[in-house]
Design a protein around this ligand. Structure first.
Ligand SMILES: Cc1cc2nc3c(=O)[nH]c(=O)nc-3n(C[C@H](O)[C@H](O)[C@H](O)COP(=O)(O)OP(=O)(O)OC[C@H]3O[C@@H](n4cnc5c(N)ncnc54)[C@H](O)[C@@H]3O)c2cc1C
Length: 560
């Protein structure tokens, strides 16, 4: 069977698990009623199922090509993108001031989830535009906002982010691209960027590059980085795409997956750019785009997991080996765990999105801190679940999973990069145990307290499950207290298992809430709480181990 957008599942989570309704009670999001949510998700789901999903395989088999310096998209992508833009799906959360719908980010996240499951390579294009719009809304001059944002919202222009250079990956501060003032308010941008997603395409009439570069007298490291808008075509006096800017695509990367998304090596050769935000404060401005994209990339993992799960389930019902393979305990285990992990990751991502929106609507610091804490968890766990579920999807298919025709392998090849781009999952985990714990763990302890209180309240209805969740939250609290007392190096050494354990405690909490709201969901909650949650304890043991044993091994001990 073809991909089916999980509209009902997302509705359930927003109704019962991480309630969306309080958002509609705020002035800012008063229009986001239950009916709006239903209508938006249903309509977007139709686009995903009928237009985007049927093209995913074509994107894999016929990658974007570079022809005479211009990128030609995979078959059907241009027409499908036109429908995304015409349906106003590029940026549903963008401000109404410039023609956006002004809907909560949560709905955007839900749509991105469905679009990612349908066609990850194509979905990456609007994802980047969404982040760029947000960065411009917060940091650009009024002129830049008025010129660019309406076109980005309409989807006639698209946005990219240009951070990475050959010597500057995770260490963005090592970038060398130069920006020289031209004396007329513009800057000449010169340098090479690599791995730029959708750095060129034939989907839109202009492409807006947000580029990180250094002013001539800039300090070394991240303190000397500024941000620039560098369009592919310079807007003319009427705001239409005019003459070509001095930039080009040098080549496209050959990748293990995500073939429909052109990943470009870009050369900026004295290209005209306009500064966005303050001189030397480019990282702060780019962080707005990166934060948006971090949650969105987490959601890409969840979308792919959904697609891979659906395919595996369909196969398991049809394939007969000693009877239908879905009747075998090990296959049932794989499918149950896949579904349980998808629910957990999706609930965490939506909880993060609701916290973001509540922060925007109420201005309350508690919501901002909640969203900041959940962002690296949503990114890393969502993408880890995507990879794990796609891998299990292949296993359910047996040998046919390894054969490309079934499409099971494409999910794993496509999703693998999500744990790498937008900050590797290791960097996300370091953000969680470092920057996000600079409040001495206050936001984390507040969230864990809510988990414990909810588990206590569930003791009568679901005693076994509630007790396990309460105990896990308590262990997580103790581990967090221990983490706060650790040195930075020890924290970093345990960051990845710590993040995973935190995600699993939260996942168990949301499963418990789902089971309370709908008794039929207790069975899936039991799978997560009995089989997956216990792994949190093992992860926390590793997290507490610190760095000593790692550095006791010299590079020579590692075989270097
Ligand atoms: C398909 C694709 C699309 C991309 N799209 C874009 C894009 O549109 N725009 C853009 O600017 N970039 C893009 N990127 C680049 C991407 O963001 C980087 O690949 C990523 O940030 C990691 O950088 P790196 O590849 O240089 O790895 P490195 O930084 O070299 O990392 C290698 C390993 O070392 C670890 N590591 C590095 N530093 C530390 C540290 N301090 N502590 C602990 N561990 C560390 C990493 O976690 C990783 O495991 C894309 C990449 C790919 C593959």
């Amino acid at each position: 069977m073809a991909y089916r957008s999980p509209v009902a599942e997302i509705r359930f989570i927003l109704d019962k698990v991480v309630p969306f309704a309080p958002l509609a009670e705020t002035e800012r999001f008063a229009e986001a009623t239950g009916e709006t949510v239903e209508a938006v998700l249903t309509e977007a789901g139709r686009l995903c199922d009928e237009v985007m999903a049927p093209l995913s395989r074509a994107g894999d088999l016929h990658p974007a090509r570079l022809e005479n310096g211009v990128v030609r998209s995979s078959p059907g992508f241009k027409e499908a993108y036109a429908q995304i833009a015409e349906g106003h799906w590029v940026a549903v959360a963008a401000t109404q001031e410039y023609g956006g719908m002004g809907l909560p980010q949560t709905l955007c996240v839900a749509i991105n989830d469905m679009m990612s499951g349908a066609n990850l390579a194509l979905q990456l294009n609007p994802l980047l535009t969404q982040g760029q719009i947000e960065a411009l809304e917060h940091h650009a001059s009024e002129e830049i906002k008025a010129l660019y944002i309406p076109k980005l919202i309409a989807g006639t222009w698209s946005g990219t982010m240009n951070l990475t250079e050959p010597q500057a990956g995770s260490d963005v501060g090592a970038l060398r691209t130069k920006a020289e003032p031209q004396g007329d308010g513009t800057y000449a941008i010169t340098g090479q960027k690599i791995f730029i997603s959708w750095g060129d395409s034939d989907l839109t009439e202009n492409i807006c590059h947000l580029v990180l570069a250094r002013l001539p007298d800039a300090a070394p490291g991240t303190k000397g980085i500024s941000l620039f808008m560098v369009p592919k075509r310079l807007p003319d006096a009427a705001g239409n795409p005019g003459v070509a800017n001095s930039l080009k695509v040098v080549s496209l990367e050959h990748k293990m997956g995500l073939h429909g998304s052109p990943t470009c090596v870009m050369s900026f050769e004295g290209a005209t750019g306009w500064m966005v935000g303050e001189p030397n404060k480019g990282m702060a401005a780019m962080f707005t785009m990166m934060n948006n994209a971090r949650l969105a990339v987490g959601v890409q993992g969840i979308g792919i997991a959904e697609g891979a799960y659906q395919k595996a389930l369909d196969y398991a019902r049809e394939r007969v080996q000693f009877g239908p393979i879905i009747a075998h305990a090990d296959v049932r285990r794989m499918l149950a765990e896949m579904r349980a992990e998808i629910f957990a990751a999706r609930a965490i991502a939506l909880a993060c999105a609701v916290a973001l929106d509540m922060g925007r609507a109420t201005g309350k610091e508690g919501w901002h801190a909640r969203a900041a804490l959940l962002t690296p968890i949503a990114k890393a766990y969502g993408t880890d679940v995507g990879i794990h579920v796609a891998d299990q999807g292949i296993q359910v298919h047996g040998g046919m999973g390894f054969i490309e025709e079934t499409g099971a392998a494409q999910y794993l090849r496509d999703v693998r990069v999500t744990a790498i781009y937008e900050g590797t999952n290791g960097i996300q985990a370091m953000d969680l145990v470092g920057r996000k714990m600079m409040d001495e763990g206050r936001a984390a302890f507040r969230l864990l307290q809510e988990v414990e209180d909810a588990a206590k309240a569930a003791r009568e209805a679901l005693p076994d499950l509630a007790e396990a969740v309460w105990q896990a939250a308590e262990t997580m609290r103790e581990a967090t207290e221990a983490l706060i007392a650790q040195s930075t190096q020890d924290r970093f050494a345990g960051a990845v298992p710590y993040l995973r354990a935190f995600a699993r405690v939260l996942g168990a909490h949301y499963h418990l809430q789902a089971a309370l709201a709908d008794g039929a969901r207790a069975k899936l909650a039991a799978i997560y709480i009995r089989r997956i949650l216990p792994q949190a304890e093992a992860d926390l043991a590793a997290a507490r181990a610190g760095a000593v044993d790692l550095f006791a091994l010299s590079p020579e001990d590692l075989g270097a």
